[in-house]
Design a protein around this ligand. Structure first.
Ligand code: RP5
Length: 172
């Protein structure tokens, strides 16, 4: 197995169904990653050790997802020089808005690149883009991925043009 270049960390196993989307897209783009559960509140020492050792172990970016009082991405960012991408997880009575605000409102000097609530797929893509700066093969796979997106739009547009609105929606 290739050495992990991206670390995916989440606060709880309840975050896993969402955070798996980051691992899946990284896999599609051929970027090796590792995935762990570690909580800023429930396992602070483990989280600190993970963040402090990440760069030395060869990771080049970290994706951290948490819900509620989501301090995990910010704490990790405070303890590493690696770029950290934060994923606010939709959970609890505030539906992820609490996590979004907690993750995005970092103090100057300690950025966390925050994606949308439950936006783990985009977090994976952003991490792959960071890796692609130095990895030609990843860059080529990412270009192919983007052309695929454009092609899908074109196909949908052509279908809409030939079927019309009602038939298009009926076939969806
Ligand atoms: C956060 O609290 C976790 O990231 C999770 O999103 C949320 C709830 O955790 P569990 O109570 O499901 O373990 O720390």
């Amino acid at each position: 197995m290739d050495k992990a270049l991206v670390g995916i960390v989440m606060g709880s196993d309840s975050d896993l169904p969402v955070m798996k989307e980051a691992a899946d897209i990284l896999d599609d783009l051929g970027v090796a990653c590792e995935i762990i559960i570690s909580s800023a509140h429930r396992a602070p020492d483990k989280t600190a050790e993970y963040a402090r050792s990440a760069a030395g172990r060869g990771l080049q970016a970290i994706i951290a997802g948490a819900g509620g009082a989501a301090h995990l991405p910010g704490v990790i960012a405070s303890l590493t020089t690696l770029p950290v991408i934060g994923v606010p997880i939709k959970s609890g009575p505030l539906n992820g808005v609490d996590a979004l605000y907690a993750i995005v409102q970092m103090p100057a000097g300690i950025p966390v690149a925050t994606v949308a609530i439950n936006g783990a797929k985009n977090a994976g893509i952003l991490a792959a883009q960071i890796i692609s700066l130095k990895d030609e093969a990843v860059r080529r796979r990412f270009e192919k991925y983007k052309s695929g997106l454009a092609r899908q739009v074109e196909e949908k547009n052509a279908r809409l043009g030939s079927l019309g609105v009602e038939n298009y929606l009926a076939g969806k």
